[in-house]
Design a protein around this ligand. Structure first.
Ligand code: NAD
Length: 498
């Protein structure tokens, strides 16, 4: 039975009323302590809604519900799970425009970008439903093991892990929530979701698609509130079998240190390199980088941050890139023509501006951009960047690229690999030998040839090396990580051991 929320959020733009309570055991409920907080627009600070402020006790309540929910869901046949997910996908499609408006309201990204994000929701759920109905095992040729004969039969079955805790970041509040929820539910797990504190309304609107589709009580639970308190309580809970976390490397390291024995996927930070070799199509590279460095105001884990350009073409490359970056329209997320909205907060914008200024004080050249107006930063190009300086090595998470130069392909790959991270990389070249060398030698979970890393098909395996994380997302990969393999051996009576 789904109860109705005590409070509804009525958005300024649109008509979809979203719940603003916690979702626990199929009921929209207040936090135990009764606390609430406003959600505000990062662009102009106006209140876009309010949510319950969950605490550790609410996290425990949500895990209680998930444990009970799992007992029902694990016994629900895959075709029934799939049918509920397909309904949720249809609802996500129907509500995509309203969800896009919620995203822009609380996250500050342009409506153009938010529509692109919300428009992918239904498909992620459908891809997951498909994979969730393909939980195959394998037969084991036990007789190939000396001393074992045909009297035994061995095989594996794949089962859901149980309770999955999903912790999501602010930058893609629909997409990254769905990359956890949809595969977890499709595989037969129960979930406790903790969305980012800045973007809880999108997560609640998405959860509502699942409850409206008929997901049984307790199978999906949502606790909004502070990451430190709610997140820690969920991560430490021994009943939780799997943590699926996307966020910063610092919080990921903290989670890994307190989680205990649990399965874990950590999708973490990056400082993504793009190599432009001297045989590349400079116009094409500049076009792709003018998107990949600035989409979502650079607040993307796969943003093109470090542009490593062959020395001989760097001047031409900057000439090609500059007008394209200057043409990006930034500002009010809801205004017609805005391509890129605000950063997630004024504080974050101040941090990015300080990083740009520090790079320039250290000797780099500001080619264009850098102006800040509140939480909006003009798209920025910084050239002559020391590739070992903090501006290149640390994750910027802002709308700026750092251009450095490389002597040759070996040097370019060395620089690409020089950070602690390894999530996504791009290489622009028209030479097959150089592409193959880059593909094999770049230490990164995803490599793109002749595009930047800021590209994702939702079905592909997606995850980082090194400090960028552990494990892969994408429905098939995520379902593999959200299930466990059980080995079964049936012992008969020897009759033909040869
Ligand atoms: P964040 O690490 O600050 O927060 C992520 C989530 O963790 C939020 O829900 C937050 O409330 C929660 N959290 C905070 N403290 C916690 C704790 N002690 N225990 C458990 N949970 C806690 O990250 P953010 O600022 O929301 O997102 C930006 C970061 O996410 C960037 O570093 C970015 O690269 C990374 N990111 C990575 C990927 C990827 O696929 N690798 C995708 C998107 C974002």
């Amino acid at each position: 039975m789904v109860t109705f929320p005590l409070f509804w959020n009525v958005p300024k733009w649109g008509s979809l009323m979203t719940p603003s309570s916690l979702l626990i055991n199929g009921a929209w409920v207040d936090a135990i302590a009764g606390e609430r907080e406003d959600v505000t627009s990062p662009f102009d600070g106006h209140v876009v809604g309010s949510v319950a402020l969950g605490r550790a006790a609410d996290a425990v309540r949500a895990v209680d519900a998930a444990v009970a929910g799992f007992e029902k869901w694990r016994r629900t046949p895959a075709h029934e799970r799939s049918a509920i997910l397909m309904k949720a996908a249809a609802l996500a499609d129907e509500r995509a425009e309203e969800i896009a408006r919620i995203i822009s309201g609380e996250n500050g990204k342009s409506l153009l970008e938010a529509r692109g994000e919300a428009g992918r929701s239904g498909e992620i759920i459908r891809l997951s439903a498909f994979e969730g109905s393909h939980l195959y095992g394998e037969s084991l040729p036990l007789d190939a093991n000396k001393g074992t004969g045909f009297d035994k039969i061995g095989f594996t079955i794949r089962q859901p892990v149980g309770v999955v805790v999903a912790i999501a970041p602010f930058n893609y509040p629909a997409l990254l929530v769905l990359h956890k929820l949809a595969p977890a539910l499709a595989a037969g797990n129960a979930v406790v979701l903790k969305p980012a504190r800045a973007t809880p309304l999108t997560a609640l609107a998405i959860a509502q698609c699942f409850t409206d589709a008929g997901l049984p009580d307790g199978v999906l639970n949502v606790v909004t509130g502070p990451g430190g308190e709610v997140g820690d309580a969920l991560v430490r809970d021994r009943r939780v079998r799997k943590i699926s976390f996307t966020g910063s490397t610092a919080v990921g390291e903290h989670i890994a240190s307190i989680a205990g024995i649990k399965k874990m996927s950590l999708e973490l930070g990056a400082s993504g390199p793009v190599i432009v070799l001297d045989d590349a199509d400079i116009e094409a590279a500049a076009h792709a980088i003018s998107l990949g460095g600035y989409i979502n105001a650079g607040q993307v884990c796969i943003s093109a941050q470090r542009i490593i350009v062959a020395e001989s073409i760097v001047g031409d490359f900057i000439d090609a890139l500059t007008p394209k970056v200057q043409a990006i329209r930034v500002g009010d997320p809801f205004a017609d023509g805005t391509a890129v909205g605000s950063l997630i907060s004024r504080t974050e914008a101040d941090r990015v501006t300080s990083s740009i200024r520090a790079a320039v004080s250290a000797g780099a050249t500001l080619v264009t951009g850098g102006e800040q107006d509140g939480s909006v930063i003009q798209p920025t190009i910084v050239a002559n960047v020391d590739p070992y300086s903090p501006f290149a090595q640390d994750e910027l998470f802002g709308p700026a690229v750092a251009i450095s130069t490389a002597r040759d392909v070996a040097h370019a790959i060395e620089l690409a690999n020089s950070t602690a991270y390894g999530l996504g990389a791009g290489v622009f070249t028209n030479n097959i030998a150089n592409s193959i060398r880059a593909i094999r030698e770049i230490e990164s979970g995803v490599v793109h040839v002749n595009w930047t890393q800021l590209w994702r098909a939702d079905l592909m395996p997606y995850g980082g090396f090194k400090a960028s994380g552990i494990g892969k997302e994408g429905p098939r990969a995520a379902i593999s990580e959200m299930t466990e393999v059980k080995t079964v051996v049936m012992h008969g009576t020897p009759w033909n051991n040869g």
